[in-house]
Every structure is written in structure tokens, then in C-alpha cells.
Design a protein around this ligand. Structure first.
Ligand code: PGA
Length: 252
């Protein structure tokens, strides 16, 4: 994927309820997005609906993602799905360390192990980071930096270049509250400078960053134009084909 072309990822989370609903939603999205790029589009359905959604994507440029991956390669790990199994099922991208999973107990160490498994399995990992709340003293920067260091220091520059980082402030997820476009820009610069300190500037600049948190058709254009990120991770609005398509159009 060329970094200059925005990437829009629809994270369906635990939606919709039935397979026909998932198939109908992806079918509508496929019809509205026929171009191979501008932007690149990725859909992350539930694991159960992955195969059905994947079948609808066979002759589409839209990529299939998973919402989680096991840190284990194979074997006796009940409930897990390995990177190789995802790849075999047509998945090419995986979301790792979403705040909803971190809230359920996923640690930085687990995020790193999953990230390494995804890289070894040749999946494109999207690692989610973001502060719980904003304070006026800027302590949230430390929170974000700690999350970045927990994985970026463990990767070589070549590995890091393959990682997508999604900045999703937790207070903005599903709440209708977004970071301002200026806040997003500030965070883009902060993440890049943190990665530069860990590795070097060319490496930092080659990492794609996404913003996520209540991205909607009405705010997508400004967040993209001012925010300086390489695209969006979209939750709620990705469940409405018209909204998702409007967000895709807003970044080109
Ligand atoms: P939201 O979710 O767009 O509904 O805020 C974003 C996400 O959790 O990825």
C-alpha cells in the first residue's frame, strides 16, 4: 500500500447479528467502492462472518480484516485464531489492541506478542493506542508514549514500517465526541517524534497513522485535511453503507 493514499478501515465490532445482514452490508459497500485505491478500504467483520463477507469481496479491491489474532501459531489454544489461519481465510489486515479489548484485560505485552505473530504471518497489523481521558497538563502524551514504546522498541525499523498505528482516544470512541482536527494533528506530530526518538526519522515517517473515534461524514473531511493522519479507523459509521462511503469520499 502506498502511504500517500488514505486507508479507511471499517471496524464492525460485534455487529450485525446475522450473516445475511453482514452479507447485505458488505454487498452495498462493494457497489459504492469499485476503485482499487483512493482510498484503500478495509472491512473488519466478526470472525464468524469473515468467510461470508470475504466471499463478497473476491472480485473487489476491498480488503478483509480480522478484529483480533492469536499470539500462538497453532495447537491447543481454545477460542484462538492464528495469523496463518486468518491468512488462509483470506484475511490480510488485523486490528490489534483495540481499546475495547484492552478494557477487557489485554495488556501491552499481549499486544506485542500478537503484533509479532501478525508480522510473522504476513498480515498488516493495525495497532490501536490512545489515552483514556484528556487532561490539561498533557499527561495523556505520556500514556500514549508508553503504549508506543511497549511495541516500537521491540521491533526493528524494517518491522515497524509494516505496522499501521491507529490513534483512538478512548473518550472519543462511540461517544460522538471527536478530538479536534488540531488535536489530531498535534498527536500525529507527537507519534512521529516518539517513533523518531526510538528509531529514526525516515522510519517514523514511513509508518502509516490512522485516527479513530466518532469519525462521521460531517467531520471526516476536516479531520483528514488538518489532522495529517493516513486515514481513519471507523466504528459506528461503518455499519451504515452510505455513511461509510461518504467518509471514503471525504478523504480524496
Ligand atoms: P467509533 O469507533 O467510530 O464508533 O467511535 C471507532 C473504533 O472503535 O474503532
Amino acid at each position: 500500500m502506498k502511504k500517500t493514499i488514505p486507508l479507511i478501515v471499517g471496524n464492525w465490532k460485534c455487529n450485525p447479528v446475522t450473516e445475511p445482514q453482514a452479507a447485505a452490508l458488505v454487498t452495498t459497500i462493494v457497489k459504492t467502492h469499485k476503485k482499487a485505491e483512493a482510498p484503500y478500504v478495509v472491512i473488519a467483520p466478526t470472525a464468524l462472518h469473515s468467510a461470508a463477507v470475504g466471499r463478497k469481496l473476491t472480485s473487489s479491491p476491498i480488503m478483509l480484516a480480522a478484529q483480533n489474532v492469536s499470539s500462538f501459531a497453532v495447537g491447543a489454544h481454545t477460542g484462538e485464531q492464528s495469523a496463518a489461519q486468518l491468512k488462509d481465510g483470506g484475511v490480510s489486515v488485523v486490528i490489534i489492541g483495540h481499546s475495547e479489548r484492552r478494557a477487557a484485560g489485554e495488556t501491552d505485552a499481549e499486544v506485542l506478542a500478537k503484533l509479532q505473530a501478525a508480522l510473522a504471518g504476513k498480515l498488516i497489523p493495525i495497532v490501536c493506542i490512545g489515552e483514556k481521558k484528556r487532561d490539561t497538563n498533557g499527561n495523556f502524551f505520556t500514556e500514549v508514549e508508553t503504549q508506543i514504546r511497549s511495541f516500537a522498541t521491540e521491533l526493528t525499523p524494517a518491522q515497524l514500517k509494516k505496522v499501521v498505528i491507529a490513534y483512538e482516544p478512548i473518550w472519543a470512541i462511540g461517544t460522538g465526541e471527536t478530538a479536534t482536527a488540531d488535536d489530531v494533528k498535534e498527536m500525529q506530530l507527537f507519534i512521529e517524534s516518539t517513533l523518531t526518538k526510538i528509531h529514526d526519522r525516515p522510519t517514523a515517517q514511513s509508518v502509516r497513522l490512522l485516527y479513530g473515534g466518532s469519525v462521521k461524514p460531517h467531520n471526516a473531511a476536516e479531520l483528514h485535511r488538518v489532522g495529517g493522519m493516513g486515514g481513519f479507523l471507523v466504528g459506528g459509521a461503518s455499519l451504515k453503507a452510505a455513511d461509510f462511503s461518504a467518509i471514503c469520499k471525504a478523504v480524496i
